[in-house]
Design a protein. Structure first.
Length: 340
């Protein structure tokens, strides 16, 4: 009995110790997040107001500025992106919108399990449908017509630079609510032949206006490919190598993407690919861009970069799409841009 009692006491002590450690980790993370949320002098003015996804001439995004509106869907006038921003009460980890339809990916950490979900939004930011996510939110896109929405999550690992990661990319028909849970079920054509492998991953969908064609990144055998896909035929075809997180230009002639480069200072460089000639143009941004760029118009792309000296925050930058010019700070304390 004495030995059994000692074992039980040891077990109880171990459980209490683990519970204490878990609580400490959560409290530490909360305290760190609270410090990051403290406003500083010079931070942008954010006010609560009415925000809809059918407001023309505005740029929607996720507010990354410290304060009570951090991570909220916000917007500014496209002609005055440095002006005061209007914030909603909806908070997301990733966001995108087009034609009055939005997608909001949320991640709610817990002591034992993290809860992740996708919210399909109407023009008034009201939730039309909720979908459980298999992992941590990574990318989100809506087709130009609002007909389709896509999202990518990390099922394991924390980033594309991790040695071991798995992604899952889904496409939703917002009219019929038919969900393709994983692009891995689509047929793949590589080099003109059907391709099958056990290590396939997709991420970073971007849609064409025809409500069928899309582009995405395919990863297999330690290589990444730009693929062109068809929602109706459930097929993808590889086009070129070393293309990640594609974004189709409004005129459908070019793809903005991040390209993995061998450098001690850069991990990815931002490029634009001409879809007719397959010629690549390096953009003027010299920092490593770990983001899916967004076209503001046919001449300019926007992307997020980490904010200097502020953990977990980012700023939106823009750069000409023809490789000329210099990067320009578009919106301080922001991410996930979506031109309305």
């Amino acid at each position: 009995m004495t030995t059994l009692r000692r074992r039980l006491l040891t077990l109880v002590a171990a459980i209490l110790l683990l519970a204490g450690l878990a609580t400490g980790v959560v409290l530490h993370a909360a305290a760190r997040a609270d410090r990051a949320n403290q406003p500083r002098s010079g931070d942008p003015t954010v006010r609560t107001g009415t925000l809809t996804l059918d407001q023309k001439g505005r740029l929607a995004f996720l507010n990354a500025a410290p304060g009570p509106h951090r991570n909220a869907v916000a917007s500014v006038r496209s002609t005055d992106p440095e002006g005061g921003r209007t914030a909603s009460t909806l908070k997301c980890a990733r966001f995108y919108a087009a034609a009055g339809t939005g997608i909001c990916l949320q991640s709610n950490p817990g002591v034992l399990k993290q809860s992740n979900r996708a919210l399909l939004l109407d023009a008034g930011l009201r939730t039309r449908r909720t979908f459980a996510l298999a992992g941590t939110p990574s990318r989100a896109r809506v087709s130009p017509s609002g007909r389709f929405a896509a999202w990518t999550v990390f099922v394991s690992g924390e980033s594309y630079s991790s040695a071991f990661f798995s992604t899952r990319t889904s496409i939703l028909d917002t009219r019929t609510m038919r969900l393709a849970p994983s692009l891995e079920t689509f047929s793949i054509v590589r080099g003109g032949k059907p391709y099958h492998a056990s290590d396939i991953n997709f991420w970073g969908v971007t849609f064409a206006p025809d409500d069928d064609t899309f582009y995405a990144t395919l990863n297999t055998a330690n290589k990444t490919y730009l693929v062109r896909g068809s929602v109706s035929r459930r097929t993808v075809t590889t086009l070129v190598e070393n293309v990640e997180c594609p974004s189709l230009s409004p005129d459908e002639t070019r793809i903005a993407f991040k390209k993995r480069v061998l450098s001690r200072t850069n991990l990815w460089h931002e490029y634009v690919l001409d879809l007719h000639t397959l010629r690549e143009t390096a953009l003027a941004e010299r920092h490593s861009v770990d983001d899916q760029a967004t076209w503001l118009d046919n001449h300019t792309v926007a992307y997020a970069l980490p904010t200097d000296g502020r953990v977990g925050s980012s700023d939106l930058w823009s750069v000409p799409a023809d490789g000329s010019g210099t990067p320009h700070l578009l919106i301080a304390g922001a991410s996930s841009p979506a031109p309305l």
